[in-house]
Design a protein around this ligand. Structure first.
Ligand code: BGC
Length: 761
């Protein structure tokens, strides 16, 4: 018999690691008092909840956020705690991770973040976020993984597995339908059951059923008139019923509004922004939370038994055994070289080369070649323009804001790269010049974290433009770092963008620069697409995302060709806002009810989100939807390389989906250029004769392959019956209809190189 050393008493079951966890949970639960049970299901501070001290369960600490471990705030305030050991590595925001189209990068991301969290004493990371990018105005799209349910699913699973392999819980968020930010506590989403299951839920489902996430955060908004943090359909029926989720449902901060619903509808842990769990409140009033003394009183009065409470506590104890009570987990470390290397690698793989044209008349008298990578053997002067070349992007944006140990700014990264080049070369030395060009937001602090050098600027917009244009004349290259930032109404929590255009007069600046210098590169720093009315006049465009600590180094390495870009867009880059379904149909941001308490947002575009909408004209014409008139500026899945690839003819292993419900496609890919690089082969499924409306095509498999110049490799992609199915609203089941299908194989949603027909019997 196992005994405790000191007293030679038998080790209680709940502490006995040789016993199955469920047995330990039963034992712990049986020992807990009502007060102890109530205590573990709600917060005691901004980011912690109590353990059970009497039984040796430590307090539970959680923290934001998806792309780095947030600095500590005071116990009951949003002010900084002022720790000196909470500076972290900022990993690229999740749009960039999704743009790698590389699940191995997601695994590396999760593991690295987990190690940082462990060192900081956090047992749960409030992320990753997988809300679907429904409109490019969505303020938090930068925190999410794009518009496609399959891509987001494939990327979220290894992120969670990597994080949890370190003994740190994921808390996948915000479940669900939190697709925009404006009035996020009041938006009641009206969406078809089919769109809910086909578009908005798959990534959450994968997080639960494939990755086994230990935590999940309810969203602020409402669905069918009930807040998602205590929504019967979402939590009881789908999550805990259909998907058999055995982890905890955590409220978003202040997302709990009703005690009875919180008790009955599946919320397990209540956390808050202010101390009444809502938006305002007295100091240290955690007892006032819905799942606190009010709940205890209802039990004592006999309105509830402890049935619901015991279920919640069981889940919390399960979480404890995975994390705080897990003694085999590593210690973790912060700001290690390996974490910086991971952040750099993910950033380099996620940067997307959107456009790279050859100049008609060549450059420097040489044969015309694509503008990028920069030719440093001849360039003498490179002009860098734009606020985003010198602005820190790891602060701001809401709860994902960080306090970083370092953030290499784009201008600094390029200067460093060129200094190295100048040292090592006997060629012409290349100088960097800088012009501000425009002023956006000069505040370099957020929630008490102040960073970087001052970027205050007093000159007028005209003066800045004239300076930039003057310096652009005669420069070998002009590289403009513009885009959005993390300020309110940009890529930021709490509000959505007000319009699709670039802010701060950037369009005027870019047009003026393009008039005086043809060798212009625009690097867009953002988590969202933006309008680019000048796109035809700018030969090279790079999507640089918010890529964290190593931003400047990653961008410089791609611009200079040390790294061959391989990112692919995880969303459709519409030419105009009205090319997006939600906007074409006037279905954003919704309609206030007469009492101005709730705003109904009807997702009229249904399943036609992103490329599913952009593909519409060729199939559905105008019967159901207003015809969109322009093709995307850059399609979903698009991304260029400095080398070229050729795909062979795909071979299917059968003409029919086989009895085991699978079919595989093999295609060869050859690197036909002179640089090593990666291509991502994408497989979309098209249902040729369906009894219901179906998208023209849907992504169902992809694979990224790295090739040396001249190298050829076979890529095999397997799909199952799931890939052919749609959600049938009549039976509330997924259904694959027998008949003809096509596998469309290509390198972007608008670059389909081959089609393979097959049949489902
Ligand atoms: C955000 C969550 C975040 C929480 C804690 C909320 O406002 O919506 O994503 O995890 O705050 O900071």
């Amino acid at each position: 018999m196992l005994t405790t050393g000191l007293s030679a008493q038998p080790l209680p079951v709940y502490l006995d690691e040789s016993k199955p966890v469920e047995q330990r949970i039963d034992d712990a639960l049986a020992r807990m008092t009502l007060d102890e049970k109530i205590a573990v299901i709600h917060a005691q501070s901004k980011f912690s909840s109590p353990g059970v001290k009497r039984l040796g369960f430590p307090d539970f600490w959680t923290d934001d956020g998806p792309h780095g471990v947030r600095p500590d705030v005071l116990w009951d305030e949003w002010e900084q705690a002022g720790q000196s050991n909470d500076s972290c590595v900022a990993f690229p925001a999740l749009t960039c991770l999704a743009a790698t189209w590389n699940p191995q990068m997601a695994r590396l991301y999760g593991e690295s973040l987990g190690e940082e969290a462990l060192y900081r004493g956090k047992s749960m990371i409030l992320g990753p976020g997988v809300n679907i990018n429904r409109t490019p105005l969505g303020g938090r799209n930068f925190e999410y993984m794009g518009e496609d349910p399959w891509l987001a699913s494939r990327m979220v699973v290894p992120y969670i597995q990597g994080l949890q392999s370190k003994g740190v819980a994921a808390c996948v968020k915000h479940y669900a339908l939190n697709n925009d930010e404006e009035y996020r506590h009041q938006v009641n989403v009206v969406v078809s059951e089919r769109a809910l299951h086909e578009i908005y839920l798959p990534a959450f489902k994968a997080a639960v059923t494939e990755a086994g996430t230990w935590g999940l955060m309810g969203a602020y908004n409402l669905y069918k008139d009930q807040h998602n943090c205590h929504n019967d359909i979402m939590l009881n029926q789908i999550l805990k019923g259909d998907w058999q989720y055995d982890g905890v449902v955590v409220s978003d901060w202040g997302g709990c509004h009703d005690t009875d619903e919180a008790i009955r509808n599946g919320l397990d842990m209540e956390f808050g922004t202010w101390t009444d769990g809502l938006t305002m409140g007295a100091t240290n009033a955690y007892d006032n939370y819905h799942l606190a003394l009010g709940y205890k009183r209802l039990i004592q009065e006999g309105k509830y038994t402890t049935k619901e409470l015991d279920d919640k506590v069981r889940r919390v104890l399960r979480l404890f055994y995975h994390t705080t009570m897990q003694r085999q987990k590593p210690y973790g470390f912060l700001c290690s070289e390996s974490h910086y290397a991971a952040a750099l690698k993910i950033a380099q793989e996620g940067i997307v080369l959107l456009k790279n044209e050859k100049l008609k008349d060549g450059k420097n008298g040489k044969m015309a070649a694509p503008l990028l990578p920069l030719d440093l053997s001849t360039a003498k002067r490179i002009l860098v323009v734009g606020e985003n070349a010198i602005k820190m992007m790891t602060v701001g944006g809401g709860s994902s804001s960080l306090k970083v140990q370092k953030e290499i700014l784009p201008l600094d990264g390029l200067m460093e790269r060129l200094a190295n080049h100048n040292l090592q070369t006997s060629d012409v030395k290349c100088q960097i010049d800088y012009a501000r060009g425009y002023v956006g937001d000069t505040v370099q602090s957020y929630n008490g974290v102040t960073v970087g050098r001052s970027i205050a600027e007093r000159r007028s917009a005209d003066e800045l433009l004239q300076e930039a244009v003057g310096k652009a004349k005669g420069a070998d290259y002009v590289i403009v770092f513009g885009g959005l930032n993390k300020s309110d109404y940009q890529d930021c929590e709490g509000h959505d963008r007000k319009d699709y255009g670039l802010p701060y007069g950037q369009d005027r600046l870019i047009e003026a620069l393009a008039l005086v210098n043809k060798n212009i590169v625009f690097v867009n720093i953002s988590g969202n697409a933006v309008a680019m009315p000048w796109a035809d006049k700018v030969p090279a465009i790079l999507q640089g995302w918010f890529i964290g600590s190593e931003a400047g180094e990653a961008l410089a390495s791609v611009l200079c060709g040390d790294v061959n870009p391989s990112g692919k867009l995880p969303f459709t880059w519409y030419r105009r806002l009205e090319d997006c379904g939600a906007h074409a149909l006037g279905a954003f941001p919704g309609t206030w009810r007469d009492d101005y308490k709730i705003i109904d947002e009807e997702y009229r575009e249904g399943i036609y989100v992103g490329y599913r909408w952009a593909d519409l004209p060729s199939k559905h014409q105008t019967s159901n939807f207003k015809l969109q008139t322009s093709k995307p500026l850059f399609a979903f899945g698009h991304g260029l390389s400095y080398t070229t690839f050729q795909m062979g003819k795909p071979q299917a292993n059968s003409k029919h989906m086989t009895a085991d419900g699978q079919i595989s496609f093999t295609v060869s890919v050859t690197n036909t250029g002179s640089r090593a690089g990666s291509e991502t082969v994408q497989l979309y499924v098209s249902d040729k004769h369906a009894s219901v409306d179906r998208p023209v095509k849907e992504l169902k498999a992809f694979q990224k392959v790295f090739l040396q110049p001249g190298e050829t490799r076979d890529v095999t992609m397997v799909i199952g019956r799931d890939a052919l199915s749609y959600y049938d609203e009549a039976t509330h089941q997924w259904k694959a209809e027998p008949g003809k299908f096509e596998a469309l194989i290509g390198t972007a949603s608008d670059q389909i190189a081959a089609k393979c027909e097959f049949e489902l019997k």
